[in-house]
Design a binder for this molecule. Structure first.
Ligand code: XCC
Ligand code: SF4
Length: 671
């Protein structure tokens, strides 16, 4: 059956992307968008009905009651596939965290080139959490101890990983009772692989309990370590003005795009690009200088710390090369399409791999290590500059939007109360009064099978109208950025009146960009702090909040989803469900899909669901938020109750006759 080929407008809602897709069609170059159209996903595999764990398979279970050659049921197979994906996601995030911890150790011992400890306050705060002595000690000594502690989390064999103590106490008790507190990060990932080897764990619920443990090793382990160390070394983000979309590329400059995840590389490229010697070298090559931009989570890392523009999210990686204006795309780990190399052959772009873990056939490999970080970064930039003369015709779409990213939990704390009264009290109060109905974290990837950015932006906009405060990370945040939703007060005409009042009072955008995907741990920290502040229950599952990943595609997203559920959140994924099961059964009615929803909710108060229809996702979000409000005894949300303070209220009062005005202000008709 012929597949439907989508038009560029159907493939992406982003005008810059549409322009590049029209060009790709004209010249007959394939992209992830066109390849997705040309190849239908395997309907057996996508529903989680295929097992290829041993040489007797792959076993395709397409009929009711059918089992694999070994007798494995559909439920066991789906549970095994899901935990394997979660383990891979947890491994990816955590290995990133491990590299950060090793970098911290090296910086503490003066073994690196170019890095410093930039955020002493964060170093001291984090060290204090773990009872690492700080008084009278040098930053290097403290950092060395913290690095040792963090490095030991990966290979720890027994006990509990240290960052777990940062969760609400009640949550820790639930985890202890369920026996899911990770012993060591690597251990849980290895055990997930062991349990799913042919002929091991074949009880779906038992397998999925370990999936929770494996995901917790990510969220309250590897990812949290990654965020902590990134802040310590490169600074805790605070709001900064940035720009996003392909229009950030420049015709008269050497365009260098950094793509991937680990800030160790991108931060050093930022530093090197500002080096006078490198700028001079670019000028000698006939360019005005070096123009750096980012793709994917690397973009978020440098955007929220230095305001370096984001060229785009996941599906923009190929599109940026199609502009013909990119001298070099520098990649490290994760979410890097192999197609980049073949695509770049049509242009002058050099794809440069830098991680000892990632090579792509045909790409230039310049290995990056912290001991020679700055020199290597300069070497990479010289390769890019040397390539400037090979540039042909460019077609940079002039689309870009401004944004204000950088809402770390530390900053949110500060912005709500200033230096002296930093606190989450105003946020809790706003939720308790009903000005803010609840909070939604809208995170995760782009997926070439759905219209790029549509689901992210649609769900975000609808929830804002309903007075739901939105926090975002990853490619979802860049989607909102490109479409102008992270613009501070400029976007306030699109939000509900109560939320608008809060945003105007505090001076924040209604969508808070909190960073990259490992920074979803910032959301865990915010939720914990909201609980500790009081008034919203004593555990995360009581907070009127949901997590949404409307366009998910990566295994990391599944790991994030699972640890958020384990932390008490209701999490919904859009797109297709890897556990939907038999085509002749109703979706979401398999034992596994039931278990990760109502089964996990019974244990953890959070649940994971795959909801393809965005309106359904919005409906369920609001229903959940309202139910949590009711459970807390908070007033029912009323759409028109708030939004009258400030200027609007004053104008209204002024319009009243004097005696009515006094009554309105003082409650009595004075005089
Ligand atoms: Fe990758 Fe982190 Fe997904 Fe974007 S959102 S496509 S994982 S870059 Ni994390
Ligand atoms: Fe088939 Fe069982 Fe082997 Fe899986 S483990 S491929 S179900 S025989």
């Amino acid at each position: 059956m012929a597949r439907k080929t989508r038009t560029p407008e159907e493939q992406s809602i982003d005008p810059a992307a549409q322009k590049m897709l029209i060009y790709a069609n004209e010249v007959g170059i394939s992209t992830a968008f066109s390849r997705a159209d040309a190849m239908a996903p395997c309907n057996v595999g996508s529903a989680g009905m295929c097992c290829k764990l041993c040489g007797m398979g792959p076993c395709r279970l397409t009929k009711e009651g059918q089992t694999g050659v070994c007798g494995a049921t559909i439920d066991t197979i789906q549970a095994r596939n899901l935990i394997r994906a979660i383990a891979a996601g947890s491994a990816a995030h955590s290995d990133h965290g491990r590299d950060m911890a090793f970098t911290l150790k090296a910086v503490a011992n003066d073994e690196t080139e170019g890095y410093v400890i930039r955020d002493l306050a964060k170093l001291r705060n984090i060290a204090a959490i773990y009872d690492i002595p700080i008084d009278g000690r040098s930053p290097g000594e403290i950092a060395n101890d913290l690095a040792d502690l963090y490095i030991s989390q990966f290979g720890q064999q027994k006990g509990e990983i240290a960052p777990i103590i940062r969760a609400p106490e009640k949550r820790q008790k639930i985890w202890a009772e369920e026996g899911v507190i990770p012993r060591g990060i690597d251990r849980e990932v290895v055990e997930a692989l062991h349990r799913t080897h042919m002929g091991d764990d074949q009880d779906p619920e038992h397998i999925l309990s370990h999936a929770i443990r494996t995901s917790l090793a990510d969220g309250w382990g590897g990812s949290m370590i990654a965020t902590d160390v990134s802040d310590i070394l490169f600074g805790t983000p605070a709001p900064i003005l940035g720009e996003a979309n392909l229009g950030v590329l420049k015709d008269d400059m050497v365009n260098v795009v950094v793509h991937g995840h680990e800030p160790t590389l991108s931060q050093m490229i930022v530093a090197a690009s500002q080096d006078p010697e490198i700028i001079e070298y670019a000028r000698e090559a006939g360019a005005e200088g070096i123009n750096l931009s980012g793709i994917c989570c690397t973009a978020n890392e440098i955007l929220m710390r230095q305001g370096i523009p984001a060229a785009g999210n996941f599906l923009h990686q190929e599109l940026s090369i199609l502009t013909g204006a990119v001298e070099a795309m520098i990649v490290d780990v994760q979410c890097i399409m192999q197609a980049l190399v073949g695509l770049a052959e049509n242009f002058h772009t050099q794809v440069i791999t830098t991680s000892p873990k990632v090579k792509i056939k045909g790409a230039t490999h310049i290995e990056f290590d912290e001991k020679h970080a700055l020199s290597t970064a300069k070497q990479i930039l010289r390769v890019a500059i040397d390539n400037y003369k090979n540039r042909g015709k460019t077609r940079i779409p002039q689309d870009k939007e401004k944004l204000i990213p950088g809402f770390s939990h530390e900053y949110i704390n500060y912005m709500l109360g200033g230096s002296y009264r930093a606190s989450f009290r105003p946020l809790n109060d706003a939720i308790m009064s009903g000005r803010i109905r609840g909070v939604a974290a809208i995170v995760g990837c782009n997926n070439a099978r759905t219209q790029q950015d549509y689901l992210h932006v649609y769900v975000t906009k609808e929830l804002l109208k309903q007075d739901v405060l939105v926090v975002e990370t990853g490619c979802g945040a860049i989607a909102s950025a490109k479409l102008g939703l992270l613009l501070g007060e400029a976007g306030l005409d699109q939000v509900g009146p109560g939320l608008r009042e809060i945003c105007e009072t505090i001076g924040i955008p209604p969508v808070l960009h909190m960073g990259s995907c490992v920074d979803n741990t910032r959301i865990l920290t915010v939720l914990t702090q909201m609980v500790e502040e009081g008034g919203l229950g004593d555990d995360i599952d009581q907070v009127p909040a949901v997590g949404l990943a409307p366009e998910w595609m990566s295994e990391k997203a599944l790991s994030i989803g699972a640890y958020c559920v384990a932390s008490g959140a209701y999490v919904m994924f859009g797109g297709s469900s890897p556990v939907s099961g038999m085509p002749d059964r109703m979706a979401d009615s398999t034992i596994v899909s039931e278990f990760i929803s109502s089964g996990w909710e019974e244990k953890y108060g959070g649940k994971l669901e795959f909801v393809a229809d965005p309106d359904e996702m919005i409906r369920k979000t609001l229903e959940h938020i309202d139910r949590k409000r009711a459970d807390l005894g908070l007033p029912e949300y009323e759409a028109t109750k708030f939004g009258r303070s400030g200027d609007a209220r004053m104008l209204e009062l002024e319009a009243l006759p004097l005696e009515h005005r006094r009554k309105a202000i003082y409650g009595v008709a004075a005089d």
